[in-house]
Design a protein around this ligand. Structure first.
Ligand SMILES: *Cc1c(COP(=O)(O)O)cnc(C)c1O
Length: 397
């Protein structure tokens, strides 16, 4: 990944097809569009590929998460359990939905630990937002059981793991909704875009309306089509959807390349003493966008990141120190630094959000490195990289 590494004739042709009609809107304009419906086609492909009855494409992954939360009825007074290792979008979405994010520890899978989640459940808990980080899955079955037992909604954020599966079942189909992103650096990229998938007819109907100002989409004439409820404009454009269609058609090939490259890296260093691979509940289902591992302690990990940079191994992420992915860098969210007044800021916000104690997550994150897996490497380049990786890690281990 990212998918833009293998942009080609397919993406260019798809964009040209839309440009020929001049119709950039996903709804209406039936006569002018020459039967080209790119957003619909993208949704049909998502349904087939992800084995789900409903898919709705929208403007971004952030819009997908916010829409899923609101359309599942989550709002003021509700608590949503979230991981401290994710992209800020998930926390923003919970806050803008009007609900309260509650952090729980992650485990060696880099995703929410079901036992830690169980300890954070209160009478106000309404949902668990399970984020499948860095290409692979959290403990989906255990999380499903936990949510079922406590009557909580399970919402999956699959923005970083499209194409990944757990025992053959695509991620995003374990909860009431699965949220995807097609932004500029994701595996399937269309510039900006996202999608919500669900097996729930009512949720789907809410999402398709909510992302288009609440339009019921009952009639072709938008001027008389009723507004069922409030919404926003989170529509995807036909141009973006067209690129998404071309990219999604390449997903299986991308997974194949990523998995082959990751196997080369893993074979090269997997036996090094002191290196522990990230936990993957079903290794066959890994989408292999990253090769992630733990080193013995924070000092060794920082030294390794430095040694890798010096050895010219780029695309190495020490998430613990990065601005966007770990809670310790999210002061603006914890302080509700909103331009307006957020609902939750008026309440007495729980320490589980504003000042969480997450010792397991801190310990894991301080020792975690992830190497991005590129689609554009040749096998030879990947092998050379694997050798440099082994040499650099051997120095610090
Ligand atoms: C990228 C990402 C998002 C947000 O997607 P956008 O399309 O950039 O809005 C949400 N969650 C995770 C885990 C992501 O990586």
């Amino acid at each position: 990944m990212p998918g833009f590494e293998i942009f080609g004739e397919e993406e260019r042709r798809a964009v040209a097809e839309v440009m020929e009609t001049g119709v950039l809107m996903r709804y209406g304009f039936d006569a002018a569009r020459k039967d080209r419906w790119k957003a619909r086609q993208l949704e049909e492909m998502l349904r087939q590929r992800l084995q789900t009855p409903h898919a709705h494409a929208c403007a971004s992954g952030t819009a997908a998460v916010l829409s899923a939360l609101i359309c599942a009825g989550i709002g003021a007074g509700d608590e949503v359990i979230v991981p401290p290792f994710t992209f800020v979008a998930d926390i923003e979405a919970v806050l803008y939905a009007g609900a309260t994010p509650i952090f729980a520890d992650i485990d060696e899978t880099l995703c929410l630990n079901p036992d830690a989640v169980a300890q954070k459940i209160t009478p106000r808990t309404k949902a668990v937002l399970l984020v499948h980080m860095c290409g692979s899955m959290g403990k989906v079955e255990e999380m499903q059981r936990l949510c079922c037992a406590h009557r909580l909604l399970l919402i999956e954020d699959v923005a970083q793991a499209i194409g990944a599966s757990y025992h053959g079942r695509p991620l995003g189909t374990f909860g009431i909704a699965g949220c995807f992103s097609f932004d500029y650096v994701k595996t399937v990229t269309c510039g900006e875009g996202g999608a919500v998938i669900t097996c729930d007819n009512v949720l789907y109907d809410h999402v398709q309306a909510f992302t288009d100002h609440g339009h019921a989409h009952q009639t072709l004439d938008r001027g008389v089509d009723p507004h069922r409820h409030m919404g926003l404009n989170f529509r995807i454009s036909e141009l973006h959807a067209a690129i998404g269609v071309a990219q999604l058609g390449k997903l299986d090939r991308m997974l194949e390349i990523q998995r082959a490259h990751k196997a080369i890296l893993q074979d090269a260093v997997g036996d090094l003493p002191g290196l522990r691979l990230r936990g993957i509940p079903d290794p066959h289902g890994d989408s292999a966008t990253f090769f992630s591992f733990f080193l013995p302690d924070a000092d060794a990990t920082r030294a390794a990141a430095k040694a890798l940079a010096e050895a010219g191994v780029d695309g190495c992420f020490y998430w613990f120190a990065n601005n966007w992915h770990y809670h310790t860098k999210w002061e603006h969210l914890k302080q509700f630094a909103s331009i307006n007044q957020l609902h939750i800021a008026r309440l007495s916000p729980p320490l589980e959000f504003t000042d969480p104690s997450l010792p397991d997550s801190d310990a894991l994150m301080a020792r975690l490195l992830s190497l991005q897996i590129r689609l554009s490497w040749t096998e030879q380049q990947c092998r050379e990289r694997a050798a440099r990786l082994r040499a650099a890690l051997s120095k610090v281990l």
